[in-house]
Design a protein around this ligand. Structure first.
Ligand SMILES: Cc1cc2nc3c(=O)[nH]c(=O)nc-3n(C[C@H](O)[C@H](O)[C@H](O)COP(=O)(O)OP(=O)(O)OC[C@H]3O[C@@H](n4cnc5c(N)ncnc54)[C@H](O)[C@@H]3O)c2cc1C
Length: 511
């Protein structure tokens, strides 16, 4: 380990903050993380209710290819070495209104067989074949290198990237230009159109089809999977590793201000008024509060103001968690169920009435999440913030009642899909965008930072980078700097410490 006298304050113990802390300690800095909650992880958390564990964020864990570069960041952080990772053969299932189950396999040839059964149209068939061929081509491409977040690429990084991925650049371009819903709508046969609508769970997904290709390819070649221990397993591991390296975390420590002097970040002031000083300050939480509240908007330029006024943020989620005295292990782990009637759920991120329900259970992935023979089941919806925010601010009792109403809508649908379940439900928990906002401080409860697909966001993010104009010894990390995902959050922490080492003339180490 290097040894230097300098210190770093990190704001937030989400994945970005914990990673920054670990890399900081590895490089001999004296680091302290200030976290407003009493547990690590931020969005990457789980909680217990009456013997059931509800997982907050673990769908796919990207960067698990033990023998390739996709996993370097996790291996440096020490996380992957002894971890059991489960890999899926399918991304999800779609149950149509006749009860038939369609499987979106990660194997492109199996996916092709499945999708071709959904159309008699020749043009559709050609399109399906092309999609599956493109997925197969992407499987052959080199795994992505997450050591440097793409939003922080410089011109030379882009040139290297373009050279390395020259053979599949057309895939990046073609499938990044439209939204999943528009892509799905371009199929002629209504059966195929409908199934493709759900290729990313949500009927009006804000994502581009490239995300689908990336996920399928990553799961197929085992560079993404499900790590045993789920969300809190990751966060607890990183916290333990950080402490083992000598790091110091202060919990229930909400940062209110960043202290600056002559254009240099000097420290922070906590909500309780105490001041803490360091040579560097690294933010690893919602950057809107960092830039406009903690720093009072003194270090901005046009690009920053434009991003924070016009940038489209990623949706939040509305989730219904259930603890059920019933075993679902023979049912699909995750499936979109098409419904015959629209759901009366306001505030969702869609224009059309919602006629589908996503259900996931953890019987096969994490049997410890429920007592033997029982199951954790969850249903989730991308949701805007405002409906829930208004309700919460106006009338807490109404807010609570609305959560109960949503839960009962979901439970009634589950009863139709799996008769006899309703009476076996032992625990119900509903989280809304307000929960995410309150718990993590993320603006409007956004679960992935900015919406970086097909919007003005990517260009502005690139212009801004990880620093602020006129402020030295200050770096920003996390999902608002590199967009969402655990691997990107972790690599943003790595990037900040690499920059600090560069500034100090210290060789960056990753032991
Ligand atoms: C439902 C859901 C599903 C997801 N699925 C996946 C997935 O399958 N795969 C994947 O890779 N990613 C997934 N994500 C996204 C991923 O979890 C996040 O993008 C990532 O964890 C963000 O990490 P972060 O450290 O940037 O931010 P956060 O997790 O938001 O951490 C910020 C931390 O800062 C703290 N903080 C905030 N304000 C202050 C303050 N003033 N003072 C002190 N502390 C403060 C917060 O309490 C928090 O701990 C999912 C997220 C959600 C919610």
């Amino acid at each position: 380990m290097n040894c230097n006298e300098k210190s770093i304050i990190i704001i937030g113990a989400g994945i970005a903050g914990l990673a920054a802390g670990i890399y900081g300690q590895m490089n001999g800095y004296k680091t302290t993380i200030f976290e407003m909650n009493h547990v690590p992880g931020g969005l990457v958390t789980s909680w217990k209710r009456k013997g059931y564990t509800f997982d907050g964020a673990m769908d796919w864990f990207i960067g698990t290819g033990l023998n390739d570069r996709s996993s370097i960041v996790w291996r440096e952080l020490g996380y992957l070495q002894d971890r059991k990772i489960d890999y899926y053969d399918e991304l999800l299932h779609v149950r149509d209104r006749n009860g038939k189950l369609w499987t979106l396999y990660t194997d492109p040839s199996m996916l092709e067989d499945q999708l071709l059964q959904l159309t008699d149209d020749e043009e559709d068939k050609e399109k399906v074949k092309k999609l599956c061929k493109d997925i197969a081509r992407f499987i052959e491409a080199a795994p992505l290198d997450f050591r440097k977040p793409q939003t922080l690429y410089e011109a030379s990084d882009y040139m290297k990237f373009a050279e390395e991925y020259a053979d599949c650049m057309d895939i990046f371009i073609e499938y990044n230009q439209l939204l999943v819903s528009d892509y799905a709508d371009s199929f002629k046969d209504h059966r195929l159109r409908e199934v493709m609508t759900y290729m990313f769970y949500e009927p009006e997904s804000p994502h581009v089809p490239f995300v689908f290709i990336f996920q399928l390819a990553s799961m197929y070649k085992k560079t993404a999977g499900y790590p045993q221990g789920g969300s809190l397993g990751v966060s607890n591991f990183l916290e333990a590793r950080y402490k083992e390296l000598g790091g110091n975390i202060q919990y229930r420590a909400t940062v209110k201000k960043i202290i600056t002097l002559d254009g240099v970040a000097k420290g922070i002031i906590l909500e309780n008024g105490t001041k803490h000083f360091a040579d560097y300050v690294v933010s690893a939480c919602d950057t809107r509060q960092v830039i406009y509240e903690m720093l009072e908007g003194k270090y901005v330029n046009d690009a920053i103001d434009k991003l924070y006024t016009e940038g489209v943020i990623h949706a939040s989620v509305l989730k219904v968690y259930l603890g059920v005295d019933r075993d679902f292990k023979n049912e699909p782990d995750v499936a979109v169920h098409m419904l015959n009637e629209p759901l009366d759920i306001p505030g969702l991120n869609q224009k059309r009435p919602r006629t589908s329900l996503v259900l996931r259970h953890y019987c096969n992935l994490e049997s410890s999440y429920a007592p033997p023979g029982k199951s954790v089941m969850e249903s989730f919806f991308y949701s805007g913030y405002d409906y829930w925010g208004d309700l919460y601010n106006k009338d807490r009792e109404l807010y609570k009642k609305e959560k109960e109403r949503i839960a009962s809508i979901v439970i009634d649908q589950i009863e139709r899909i799996y008769p006899g379940t309703k009476e076996k439900i032992e625990v119900v928990d509903v989280v809304t965008p307000v929960t995410y906002q309150r718990y993590t401080g993320n603006h409007k409860g956004a679960i992935m930072g900015w919406m970086d697909d097909t919007t003005i966001v990517p260009d502005l993010m690139k212009q801004i980078g990880a620093t602020l104009p006129g402020l030295n010894n200050f770096y920003m990390t996390g999902q608002w700097i590199v967009t969402g995902g655990m691997i990107r959050a972790a690599s943003s922490g790595r990037y900040a410490i690499e920059r600090i080492c560069l500034k100090d003339g210290v060789e960056f180490k990753t032991i």
